[in-house]
Design a protein around this ligand. Sequence first.
Ligand SMILES: C[S@@+](CC[C@H](N)C(=O)[O-])C[C@H]1O[C@@H](n2cnc3c(N)ncnc32)[C@H](O)[C@@H]1O
Length: 249
Amino acid sequence: MLPLDEIDAMDLQNKTILEVGTGNGGTTLEILEYIQNEPTTRLITTDLNAVDLNPFISQFPDMKERLSFIQTDATELLSIKPNSVDILIVDYTLCAINSISGKFLDALNKFKEVLKPNGLLLLEEEFPIDSPKGKEHPLWKMQWQILKRMVILAGKLPNNEIPLGDLKKSLKILNFNIENEITGITTLAFEEAYPHFQNRITHLKRFLPNFWSIWALSLSKINFRMRLKRAQLLHIPYYSLCCRNLGPK
Ligand SMILES: C[S@@+](CC[C@H](N)C(=O)[O-])C[C@H]1O[C@@H](n2cnc3c(N)ncnc32)[C@H](O)[C@@H]1O
């Protein structure tokens, strides 16, 4: 969820918002909802993969001239000029960037470069499953263990979540001031959580190398479904940070 409180206090006139990691557009829709009545606010959304903006524009026709998409790696942010962004929003994407271990640092350096002095960086991420949160939320941990194993069997790199303490240390080194830190839990009902899990499994299945890995996946899926059905709810622990760019490192 977008930490809207942080930008509530800001004058959004003539501001440029950059989103990194459009994905399925969950956060993009939230931002559009928020800025649709701010006629001078611009949103540039970016992702490593191509994204079709048409569904967004048909939902927010007034945003046609003020919404654009750039397909680019977060560590490159092609076409985004240094010191040009007022608010940079990165939701559940640093862990994907960091699937190549350590790459989140390159991305943070790039964010620093494109943000204006005093600009805001809003980050939201799930905790790593091997953090104490994994013990507190075993079902959430189980879901990620299954998905991460399958991603590896499928020959891809799993997301690599960043411990909150490490992220804060890196942000301070880059001369960001952490103005607000929230840790919380998103709760999904079985009816929402399971289809989401199942979609990911269906996607991954196409890349699995042999019968045995598909069999292992099916067993894990049945086991997870049973436990989730019994619990009815999936609790997802997350953190969000609002950081101000204080200028040169
Ligand atoms: C979980 S999704 C983002 C979810 C999105 N914020 C939402 O609310 O729906 C993560 C996204 O990060 C993108 N991604 C992964 N590595 C990336 C990179 N190096 N640079 C830019 N985007 C990347 C993926 O293509 C994916 O769309």
